[in-house]
Design a protein around this ligand. Sequence first.
Ligand SMILES: Nc1ncnc2c1ncn2[C@@H]1O[C@H](COS(=O)(=O)NC(=O)[C@@H](N)CS)[C@@H](O)[C@H]1O
Length: 433
Amino acid sequence: MRLSRYFLPTLKETPAEAQIVSHRLMLRAGLIRQHAAGIYTWLPLGFAVMKRIEQIVREEQNRAGAQEVLMPTIQSADLWRESGRYEAYGKEMLRIKDRHERDLLYGPTNEEVITDVFRSCIRSYKDLPLNLYHIQWKFRDEVRPRFGVMRGREFLMKDAYSFDLDTAAARHSYNQMFVAYLRTFARLGLKAIPLRADTGPIGGDMSHEFIVLAETGESEVHCHRALLEKPIPEGVDYDTDLQPIVDDWTGLYAAADEMHDTAKESELGDALVTARGIEVGHIFHFGTKYSAPMGATVTGPDGEAVTVAMGSYGIGVSRLVGAIIEASHDDTGIIWPESVAPYHVGLLNLKTGDAATDAACASLYETLGPDRVLYDDREERAGAKFADMDLIGLPWQVIVGPKGVAKGVVELKNRATGAREEVSTESALARLA
Ligand SMILES: Nc1ncnc2c1ncn2[C@@H]1O[C@H](COS(=O)(=O)NC(=O)[C@@H](N)CS)[C@@H](O)[C@H]1O
């Protein structure tokens, strides 16, 4: 993409309302613009990152055997009356009336909707286990939306829902999602720690939050240092018993502040890490909390009706854009992990209008591929180009100036390490292919 044609409204100044670094950088780098409190327009660069995060989430859900659907954002209140959550959900629920005065709502989550789909389609235990997920916008009328997309009111969530014949089978579904989450956050370049959590308005008797350590996180976590170094499971066969992996990851101490056992401080000594963190995912086992009141049953092996055991599994897709910035930035801007970077290379033409430099850039741009390169072809001074490219945080920069072109070299810069080296054009192409 040529920057001279790209809608990238960067800001020189830091907007006063932005209190944390990810909010500041998302505004300054032209990723989002606020529409209303907690509601954002995603501009091209921010949207591209969110789509890459979404795709990694999707791939790991599919790998774990979940099947993608798309449920509506606007839901009927009747289902929520059946589950008993319509009144209980409180002021966070945005309630709407349609032209026929029917009660609707903008879904904060989808347990009722998916359970209704299940009960109208599935009859037999032979159709289990089943895990359905979607990546869909939610609305929660947070009393104090803040920190940009980190705590929004309209936000994008992947939410998956599992259906099983009994608790043992439901535990396997839970474990599949647990392992899929470990892999997902690692692929996003994040260290996410699973820790036992309370279940809140979603309910149930078991849940784990996945927390990314970041000093501006809203959660306070306490965990065993070894959790930070644990290797992520590779080559997982999701149809085998995953309990050993889950036990391995939950065997080490980790607790959100409200669940913290202060005795651990003396027991673990300096093996105990206390840090702030961002909740990027939350998984729940809640058995028949929704299937019982909504009559979601299957005919069991013995011909008797069985109320299915369920769980739900959320990932904050839009929150992750901010969380990744919190975990990966420096004082000049964002540092995107390669897996989510909107473009692989920033190509800087230091003398637009100089024939040899323009030709060298055009050749690099075409060879590397316009969809992988953000080419700064603007009539701007070099300093502004360097600052903007560091701000938007692409993994690699190729800097092309007339002196280098005359010698057949370009400068290659790695954004994460800051390392810069003069290399031949061929070598740069080989390194960036
Ligand atoms: N206000 C918000 N803004 C941005 N992301 C949010 C917000 N609230 C929750 N999230 C993200 O959404 C994830 C799942 O939300 S949740 O409430 O914990 N879980 C559920 O809604 C369950 N139905 C899981 S399917 C959270 O871990 C968090 O990463």
